[in-house]
Design a protein around this ligand. Structure first.
Ligand code: NDP
Length: 453
């Protein structure tokens, strides 16, 4: 690390104490960007990095609501408006008890580069709350969403900031949030993406992140003249991203053998067929149950509880060729990464955001496997959100095929940008550098064009 980057990192840590996920995300990007500063000292002179790591605006607010017993509950709401150099702030809302400022800042920071890679005009943002939708009634979720939106509505708009879903925020939550925004503002606009199909949503948006992560894996395999056909795949999570990852793996001839939630994982040696996936979708999206029930339903599956305090996660210790981490940040540490490599995994496509620790990622890069970092591999979700914004502006919905084709083309282009940028900066095959630098350049140049703002 150069003295400049070391000083910058020290400053980030001093100014944002205890925001460890934010430190991690910034460190990963800065390591890649060092390659840029050698060739382009002007970015340093114009303090682009110093500016890009500071959010344009951070909103933090009280979210009081009444539970079904009439008791007042209080949560904390956030929106990080990170960077608007190339378009309105865009990024999801996360409802999970672990949510805090550091986690949302890491997500918003990553979003800036990811959105830039899609080639669509979207800045970066992220938000959410420490509210836990698990175990809450629909009415409680609705009252929470309404209270959350009663404050957020002041800060967002179709040309200002357009949130979407993330962990704990799916179709149900987007519906309640949109309904309340419309009531408060008396306007029907594309202020959120991930909307229902009957009221402005785009076809393929629910599928887009998972499909995109699989398309990205297929693109990486193409560089070795291979396909997903016949490949055994480990998938973590069992929410939106994991479900559509499994669907697309199966469609392309692969075999997904695992799914998980925060309590444990299932391993189904026979593979998660379309019929079994339909069971999971009903279990998770309608009944809101636990993945353990999969093993109760299908005797071919084994359920293993997981211990978050353990030094590794056994889901990553099965023989396979591909891994699609699709649950949460830092779910693959160095031990897990080594286990994956030892068990034959040579394709990792990150559906979740920052699922691999810095040490784990280094092992993948050193091993020379096909490693698709989150910023690139999971950009399909926000890309189709961008397409939803376009359809809303035109007031014209596109057919399923058209959106899917555009998604595939965008994933192809993102992969190409990553490969070519990695080569241009003399680290061929390193898609982490490719994604970080590729995403950075467009934002940095836009910031220069727009002056010191
Ligand atoms: P969902 O809420 O639909 O599903 C999340 C899944 O991950 C659940 O199975 C959940 O299990 C599991 N999970 C969440 N937190 C933890 C944890 N701390 N430890 C273990 N398991 C956990 O979210 P999504 O599928 O939308 O999001 C998954 C990942 O993909 C996130 O990293 C998100 O940021 C990323 N992503 C999502 C996009 C989207 O379009 N939705 C776009 C780009 C990235 P449990 O039910 O037990 O909590």
């Amino acid at each position: 690390m150069s003295e400049y980057v070391k000083d910058l990192m020290a400053d980030v840590k001093a100014k944002n104490p205890s925001e460890i996920e934010f430190h991690q995300a910034v460190e990963e990007v800065l390591e890649s960007l060092e390659l840029v500063f050698e060739e382009h000292p002007e970015y340093r002179a114009l303090k682009i990095l110093d500016r890009i790591i500071e959010p344009e605006r951070v909103l933090m607010f009280r979210v009081p609501w009444l539970d079904d017993q009439g008791t007042i509950q209080v949560n904390r709401g956030f929106r990080i408006e990170m960077n608007s150099a190339i378009g309105p702030y865009k990024g999801g809302l996360r409802f999970h008890p672990s949510v805090n400022l550091g986690i949302l800042k890491f997500l918003a920071f990553e979003q800036v580069f990811k959105n830039s890679l899609t080639t669509l005009p979207m800045g970066g943002g992220k938000g959410g709350s420490d509210f836990d939708p698990k175990g809450k009634s629909d009415n409680e979720v609705m009252r929470f969403c309404q209270s959350f939106m009663s404050e957020l509505q002041r800060h967002i708009g179709p040309n200002t900031d357009v949130p979407a879903g993330d962990i704990g925020v799916g179709g149900r939550e987007i519906g309640y949030l949109f309904g309340y925004y419309k009531k408060l503002r008396n306007e029907f606009t594309g202020v959120l993406t991930g909307k229902g199909l009957n009221w402005g949503g785009s076809l393929i948006r629910p599928e887009a992140t998972g499909y995109g992560a699989v398309y990205f894996a297929a693109e990486m395999l193409t560089t070795r003249n291979q396909t997903l056909d016949g490949r055994v795949c480990l998938v973590s999570g069992s929410g939106n991203v994991a479900q559509y990852t499994v669907e697309k793996i199966t469609e392309l001839g692969g075999k997904a053998v695992t799914l998980s939630d925060s309590a444990g994982y299932i391993y189904d040696e026979e593979g998660i067929s379309s019929e079994k996936l339909a069971f999971v979708m009903n279990l998770k999206n309608m009944r809101r149950g636990r993945i353990k029930e999969y093993a109760d339903e299908y005797s071919s599956a084994v359920y293993t509880p997981t211990d978050p305090a353990a030094d590794s996660n056994p889901i990553w210790s099965h023989k396979a060729e591909c891994a699609f981490p699709s649950a949460t940040q830092n779910e693959i540490n160095a031990v897990d990464a080594q286990n994956l490599l030892n068990n034959g995994v040579y394709v990792v496509s990150e559906g979740a955001n920052m699922p691999t620790t810095l040490e784990g990622a280094k092992l993948f890069l050193d091993a020379g496997i096909l490693y698709g970092p989150a910023k690139a591999a999971n950009a399909g979700g926000v890309a189709v959100s961008g397409l939803e914004m376009t359809q809303n502006s035109m007031r014209l919905p596109w057919m399923r095929d058209e959106v899917d084709k555009r998604l595939q083309q965008i994933m192809h282009n993102i992969h190409k940008t990553c490969v070519e940028t990695a080569e241009q900066f003399k680290t061929p095959g390193n898609l982490v550098n490719g994604a970080n630098i590729g995403g950075f350049l467009k934002v940095a140049n836009a910031m220069i064009d727009q002056g010191v703002v």
